[in-house]
Design a protein around this ligand. Structure first.
Ligand code: IPM
Ligand code: MN
Length: 364
């Protein structure tokens, strides 16, 4: 456990500042309760960095990252940046941040909260007590493969899905180890009936599985996995997959939890350095209305304590506090079926009230 923790906050664009604001309130309260020495710093990243420096990932922010223990990110992007050239887009900043920090492990927990069962479009018996983790490979595959581009007259475009055996092995090794701490069931998702890169993926996973004979491994094609996730989600425990498939499947799986506003994520490298962010985007349509759900970002703070600072107790404390607020029937607009909803800042305050109440530190 490190004595002093330095967290860099990158609020980013759209609803990013609103959700990180609530998450920072939570960090302050946790710091008081546990007498932690936490230093917060802020940086510009994404569209706001394009506005200021004409660069979504400016040097100033790179420098700040090299001096911190973990990064909390809000969201990036917005319609005003959509027509910029590729390397100026906020999303490119996010991709180079992931690449430069070697954040190949992306963890997306899909947990259902009892009180939100009716917020999902899926029938409750299929999603109650759901607990899945999607492990998405984050810095290779179609997002990064070369060659890529447009041909000369712009009438054709191409991307390359590419993986090396070692890239597959390192992400699947993480997934196998995670499975060993859970129900020892791992599903590897690919498209091996069509894609060579998936055939390599599958062969590499099979080879690696010999080291993890206690884990029950199965393979599933991505199209089938998408269907199974909606039809019978409880068959899954840990899912491991390549970059683009993981991107798509995790948005799909968010529906099982009631709202994409509930899903946190952690992106880690082999040293447990992490960038923590909600999986939702910058939601330009609801900016500055004080209605965005801050829970995904607050749970990302919980994951930050869990992974970078190795404080499972704080992870549980934050998660329990969120559960208790939901149990009281307090829901943000995205979760509530009617007009009785709490604002972004009220949701932050309600979670803080529960954090301060000692009973929330116990497992519920
Ligand atoms: C995500 C997002 C990003 C991705 C975008 C914003 C580049 O959708 O984190 O899931 O595609 O990885
Ligand atoms: Mn996505």
């Amino acid at each position: 456990m490190i004595n002093k923790m330095k967290i860099l906050i990158l609020p980013g664009d759209g609803v990013g500042p609103e959700v990180t604001n609530e998450a920072v309130k939570v960090i302050h309260v946790i710091s008081d309760i546990y007498s932690l020495k936490i230093e917060l710093e802020y940086g510009v990243f994404g569209g706001v960095a394009v506005d200021k420096y004409n660069d979504p990932f400016p040097n100033e922010t790179k420098e700040k990252i090299s001096n911190c223990d973990a990064v909390l990110l809000g969201a990036v992007g917005g319609p005003q940046y959509d027509n910029l050239q590729k390397n100026k887009k906020p999303e490119s900043g996010l991709l180079s941040l992931r690449k430069q920090l070697n954040l190949f492990i992306n963890i997306r927990p899909i947990i259902s909260f009892g009180e939100l069962i009716n917020s999902s479009t899926i029938k409750s018996e299929y999603i109650n007590n759901l607990d899945i983790v999607i492990i998405r490979e984050l810095i290779s595959g179609l997002y990064f493969g070369e060659p890529r581009g447009f041909n000369n007259d712009q009438s054709e475009a191409f991307n390359t899905m590419r993986y090396s055996e070692s890239e597959v092995i390192r992400i699947c090794d993480y997934a196998f180890k995670l499975s060993q701490t859970r129900t020892k069931k791992l599903c590897s998702v690919d498209k091996a009936n069509v894609l060579e890169v998936s055939q390599l993926w599958r062969a590499s996973v099979n080879k690696l599985s010999k080291k993890f004979s206690d884990v029950k491994l199965n393979h599933m094609y991505v199209d089938n996995a998408a269907m199974q996730l909606v039809q019978n989600p409880k068959q899954f425990d840990v899912i491991v997959t390549e970059n683009l498939f993981g991107d798509i499947l995790s948005d799909l799986a968010s529906v099982l939890t009631g709202s994409i506003g509930m899903l946190p994520s952690a992106s880690l490298n082999e040293d447990n350095f992490g960038v923590y962010e909600p999986i939702h985007g910058s939601a330009p349509d609801i900016v500055n209305k004080n209605i965005v759900n801050p829970i995904a970002t607050i749970l990302s703070v919980a994951m930050l304590f869990q992974h970078t600072f190795n404080r499972l107790d704080i992870y549980d404390h934050i998660l329990n506090s969120v559960k208790l607020v939901l149990k009281d029937g307090k829901l943000t607009k995205d979760l509530s079926g009617d007009n009785k909803y709490v604002s972004t800042s009220d949701m932050g305050n309600l979670i803080i009230e529960k954090l301060k109440d000692k009973s929330s530190a116990k497992k519920i």
